[in-house]
Design a protein around this ligand. Structure first.
Ligand code: UT7
Length: 331
């Protein structure tokens, strides 16, 4: 009997309407369009406005988009995973609320947090449930409202991050399409270089913490950049080598959108032509857990059944990894 493989069979997406351009940022912090464009590749990002609207608002929209496009009955979805670094609330599952709101009333659900690698690790998790043979429909949503933890006056972070959500459906595949291999890593040495110090269990929010802006994300960009470049490229090379893939076998690199220079460096290390590199950082910035599914949504019409996709991500913690997946459908 051949092994059940876990394939992506549908994609959905949502980005908020409000567009925060580099030109608007020039009026808020000491920066300029030329610096942001050359150092990051970002031109604009989306920001979720509206009182009381959190990550679930976007996760629900992306989930509903997928359900409508695929024509799937939400009552048949058995598991909803929300990959996010910005859950709606503490002590209440964002995934549980999302699942109920999209009509996945028979599903169980949980949040998965691994900073910018959340969606990549979520792909691994979703695939295991499918491969077990017990589950037939697993919905994985990557969603983040980064604007909820970014200091709009900190030019080291406010130029990079944006809000958004994307969703994929995993189903069993009997043609051996879908997830083929993965190499996932983490190293706790990274947490001092990218973190929001206050608001978690180590340092609960206090008036003093707020006075020091410690509820916002701090990033030592240079250190994170160096680690991202070397680690993301290393894992992509490893995945290629151990699956005997050359650059000619790869249809697309689907890399976390944190900085165009990091993505270019990864593509260069595997000697991949740049027209095989998915890129939408210019429009959305770094949407953390949403970058990979937003890429799939933007490029879905170009993807062909059997295409070899190499995913790669790097994020806070540090967390990073690469996944090799064979695309399972023509749209
Ligand atoms: O997704 C999670 C993982 N995150 C990442 O992968 C992000 C990794 N890091 C980066 O993408 C980059 O480090 C940044 C985009 C954050 C920063 O780019 P950089 O090339 O590392 O710049 P830098 O921090 O070394 O700063 C270079 C110069 C400095 O000026 P001096 O000291 O050379 O005079 C900064 O003060 O650029 C200045 N600078 C800015 N200038 C205009 C820093 N931020 C800005 C800004 N606008 N926003």
């Amino acid at each position: 009997m051949s092994k059940i493989s876990a394939a992506i069979t549908a994609v959905g997406a949502y980005v908020p309407e409000y567009v925060l351009t580099n030109q608007i940022l020039e009026t808020i912090v000491d920066t300029n369009d030329e610096w942001i464009t050359t150092r990051t590749g970002i031109k604009e990002r989306r920001i979720l406005k509206g009182e009381g609207l959190g990550t679930s608002y976007m996760a629900i929209k992306a989930g509903k988009d997928l359900i409508k496009k695929k024509g799937v009955n939400p009552e048949e979805i058995e598991l909803v995973i929300v990959a996010t670094a910005t859950p709606d609330m503490k002590a209440a599952s964002t995934a549980a609320y999302t699942a109920s709101q999209i009509g996945a009333v028979n599903a169980f659900s949980f949040d998965l947090e691994a900073a910018c690698s959340s969606f990549l690790f979520g792909m691994s998790t979703a695939a295991r449930y499918i491969e077990s043979g017990k589950y037939k429909k697993v919905l994985l949503i990557g969603a983040d409202k980064n604007s909820s933890m970014i200091n709009p006056k900190d030019r080291a972070t406010c130029i990079i991050f944006g809000d958004g959500a994307g969703a994929v459906l995993f189903e069993p595949n009997d043609e051996q399409l879908g997830l083929q291999d993965e190499y996932l890593r983490s190293d706790g040495i990274g947490r001092e270089f990218l973190q929001a110090k206050a608001g978690g269990s180590s340092y609960p929010i206090t008036a003093e913490a707020i006075a020091n802006n410690e509820q916002f994300v701090f990033q030592d960009g240079k250190t994170v950049f160096k680690n991202a470049v070397s680690n993301m490229a290393d894992v992509a090379v490893k995945i290629l080598e151990r699956n005997n893939l050359t650059k000619d076998d790869i249809a697309w690199l689907v890399a976390h959108q944190a900085n165009k220079r990091i993505i270019d460096a990864t593509a260069n290390r595997i000697e991949l032509d740049h027209d095989k590199v998915m890129m939408n950082i210019q429009r959305y910035g770094n949407t953390t857990s949403a970058t990979l599914p937003l890429l799939l949504s933007d490029y879905e019409s170009k993807l062909k059944k059997g295409d070899n996709l190499i995913f790669a991500a790097f994020g806070g913690g540090f967390t990073w990894g690469s996944i090799y997946l064979k695309w399972a459908y023509n749209s």
